[in-house]
Ligand binder design. Structure first.
Ligand code: SF4
Ligand code: SF4
Length: 258
């Protein structure tokens, strides 16, 4: 149980890199999950102001190519266990046989390579977009705790009509900043395809190892996360982005009693 202390004792997310990275190393999984939930809330508030064509039971965007961090995967599995939905994890065995997008680099690694002017490895994006193995009658049984990769998929026009998601450039910039931030919070964790992350975390031992910061991902397709050293925000979006960044940097979580 958390000890509610005066605000000066709260951990502030602060700015990227430097002391913030140091604090994140000191955070336990519950603290990181609380920050993740607050990040989702900030993003949901941002989305509530957008005009999009997305609606319930519109699920073409729910494919087996979703990626996420181990922190988000851990949140999803906790949710399944708490709501007696652990049987959903049984679907992973069939899903593991399907082709899927398996990223080679994370968003923060991409940002680092761009900052250093280095070559960016090409991703293999050629996989067919098969429906997500979780989908039930075009609805997500884990909607409340769906990962950011699912939350950030939206479109101004029906994907049914266009064949693609039509997103404003500023929304794409905001999405990138949130992807970078979530990876930063889970910088001693990993990223990968939804199927690969959940296959790994399905094991109680792996979840315990992840909680204690010692997961061995040998033999998986998971890639190590990194802290963010630079934010991907184009100059034309910096003013509009400022209040969103301030909201993220103002996130505070209660400290646990020592
Ligand atoms: S992104 Fe496209 S497919 Fe997904 S809910 Fe929105 S309109 Fe529907
Ligand atoms: S996890 Fe849920 S929201 Fe995400 S792609 Fe699968 S069904 Fe859709």
């Amino acid at each position: 149980m958390y000890l509610r202390k005066p605000a000066r004792h709260l951990i502030s997310l602060g700015s990227a890199g430097g002391s913030a990275s140091y604090l994140i190393e000191l955070m336990d999984i519950e603290t990181k999950l609380e920050i993740l939930d607050q990040i989702y809330e900030i993003y949901d508030r941002f989305c509530a102001r957008l005009s999009v064509a997305c609606e319930r039971n519109c699920a073409i965007c729910c494919t087996g190519n979703v990626t996420l961090t181990t922190l988000e995967g851990y949140r999803m599995i906790e949710d399944m266990l708490q709501k007696d939905k652990a049987d959903l994890l049984g679907r992973l065995d069939g899903a593991a046989e399907t082709g899927r997008f398996q990223p080679k680099i994370t968003t923060n690694q991409l940002a680092d390579l761009c900052r250093q002017g280095k070559k960016v490895p090409e991703e293999d994006n050629g996989q067919a977009a098969t429906p997500c193995f979780f989908l039930e009658k075009d609805e997500c049984p884990l909607y409340t705790h769906r990962p950011f990769g699912c939350r950030c998929l939206m479109s101004r026009r029906k994907c049914d009509d266009t064949g693609y998601a039509d997103m404003d450039d500023f929304v794409l910039s905001v999405n990138t900043v949130f992807l970078q931030t979530i990876e930063h919070i889970d910088s001693d964790g990993f990223s990968g395809n939804l199927i690969d992350v959940l296959l790994f975390l399905r094991s109680k031992t792996h979840r315990q190892d992840y909680r204690s910061g010692r997961p061995d991902v040998t033999g998986t397709r998971l890639i190590p996360n990194r802290p963010m050293t630079i934010l991907f925000v184009p100059p034309e979006h910096q003013n509009r982005m400022a209040p969103i960044l301030q909201a993220v940097q103002a996130i505070q979580v209660p400290v646990k009693p020592s």
